[in-house]
Every structure is written in structure tokens, then in C-alpha cells.
Design a protein around this ligand. Structure first.
Ligand SMILES: [Zn+2]
Ligand SMILES: [Zn+2]
Length: 245
């Protein structure tokens, strides 16, 4: 199983899981479909579906393009209601598993200023359980048998406070960030609350431009977990197998 990152920031999110048979599960519709096509050699028939976590533009801006290209998009009812109805737009329910091609998807609620935002626990025989968690202030759940973790680490509280005290950021932004996005500190708590014994990769996504420090985040999570940590950037490509090889 390969993870291809096409975008991972407030400018646009798109992640592709490509299995050895070529089946592709897209996560988020925050970059143009053309970029997705380019990344998979222009054959969209391999895309079994696209999961969308919530309606914000950096995750969902191009839903119409995906539906229009006969790609099935799966999201919560609350998120779907923010878009024009389309027969390619399918509803997922929190806690109810859905099989999409070779992938089994378990959606769950997250905490974010959106209609009905979801995180996803994704299972595939090649990758084991992949946790996909973004745009959430924390998670009330822990997750069993994780092999790979794709996790938002948006900001470092210390950097955020510094940016506010030096006037780089308006204090009014503080409240929005800390009640809607995951801090480095919360991410470490979340990771320590879960059994990481079978985890091969932790991929950090959706880092804030001004309130994060990629290198330090990577080191910090590596030290806290002893795992292989990768910062997701457009163009990042890594193996997400059950075994580290
Ligand atoms: Zn976002
Ligand atoms: Zn959002």
C-alpha cells in the first residue's frame, strides 16, 4: 500500500491510498481533480471512492469535480448537505462500517467547527488499520490494532502564544485555532493513549504555516513514540504496509 500526498495544508488537502492491485482510495477533495489524475496516470477507473472529512474548502472544494468525473464521494450527511445533491455523493454514518472496493471504512466523529466532521479508520489487508484524523481539537476515542497513523499536528501552543504576543497573529484567531485544530501537545497525548506496538508509520499532516515547526514536530513525535515519523508535503510518497517493508 502506498500513500501519496498531493496536498496537506490549509491550501488544500489530498491523500491517495494505492494498493498493489492499483485500487485507489482518495481522501479529501481539496486539490483539483487534474492533480489527482496526474498522480495516478490519468486512469480514474482505479479510484474506488473519495472520502471527505468535512465541508471546509481545503478538504472539499473540488467535490463537484470528483462527482462530475463519476467518482463516488463518501461523507457525512451534515457535510453532504453543504453541497448540491449528486448521485455520486454518498452518506456515511458515524460508527457504521462501509466497504469501498478493497477498503473497509469506519467513520467517527471529531471536534471541529463544521457541520458533521469525520475521522476515518481505514482497513486494508496490505496496510492493516490506518487512522486518518485531521481538523479536530482532540479525539475522544482510542483505536485498536493500528498499523499506520495519519494525524493532524497543526500547531505548537508555544509558537502560537509567541505569535500572538509579538503581534504576528491576532488574539481573536487563538480561540478558533485551539478549539478546532490539534496541537503538538494534544497529538502526543493522543498517541500515548493508543497502543502503538504495531504501528509502522506516523505521518504528520496539516501543519499550520505560521504556528508549526516541521523539523521539531518530527523529532518530538519520534522521541515520544520511537516510531518512523514523516511530515506530509505535496509529493510525499511512502509505503504503508502492515510490515515495515
Ligand atoms: Zn483543514
Ligand atoms: Zn476544517
Amino acid at each position: 500500500m502506498k500513500l501519496k500526498v498531493l496536498g496537506s495544508s490549509s491550501k488544500g488537502n489530498s491523500y491517495l491510498l494505492v494498493s498493489s492491485t492499483g485500487q485507489t482510495l482518495a481522501i479529501e477533495a481539496g486539490v483539483r481533480l487534474n492533480e489527482v489524475k496526474q498522480a495516478i496516470g490519468f486512469d480514474t477507473s482505479n479510484i474506488v471512492g473519495c472520502l471527505v472529512s468535512h465541508e471546509h474548502g481545503d478538504h472539499a472544494k473540488y467535490i463537484d469535480q470528483f462527482c462530475g468525473a463519476a467518482i463516488d464521494v463518501f461523507t457525512s450527511e451534515g457535510t453532504a448537505n453543504c453541497f448540491k445533491a449528486h448521485h455520486r455523493l454518498h452518506l456515511l454514518q458515524s460508527g457504521v462500517q462501509k466497504t469501498i472496493g478493497e477498503f473497509k471504512i469506519l467513520p467517527f466523529d471529531v471536534v471541529h467547527d463544521a457541520s458533521e466532521p469525520f475521522g476515518f479508520l481505514i482497513n486494508h489487508p496490505e496496510s492493516g488499520n490506518i487512522l486518518f484524523l485531521t481538523d479536530t481539537f482532540y479525539s475522544e476515542y482510542t483505536f485498536p490494532n493500528l498499523s499506520n497513523i495519519i494525524l493532524e499536528v497543526n500547531y505548537d501552543l508555544e509558537i502560537l502564544e509567541r505569535n500572538i504576543s509579538t503581534g504576528r497573529l491576532s488574539p481573536s484567531i487563538r480561540g478558533r485555532v485551539i478549539t478546532n485544530h490539534m496541537s503538538l501537545q494534544t497529538a502526543k497525548e493522543l498517541l500515548s493513549a493508543n497502543d502503538l506496538s504495531k504501528v509502522n508509520n506516523i505521518i504528520l499532516i496539516h501543519l499550520s504555516d505560521g504556528n508549526s515547526h516541521a523539523e521539531n514536530f518530527k523529532k518530538d513525535i519520534e522521541v515520544a513514540t520511537g516510531k518512523t515519523v514523516t511530515i506530509a508535503d505535496a509529493g510525499t510518497e511512502i509505503n504503508l504496509n502492515k510490515t515495515p517493508f
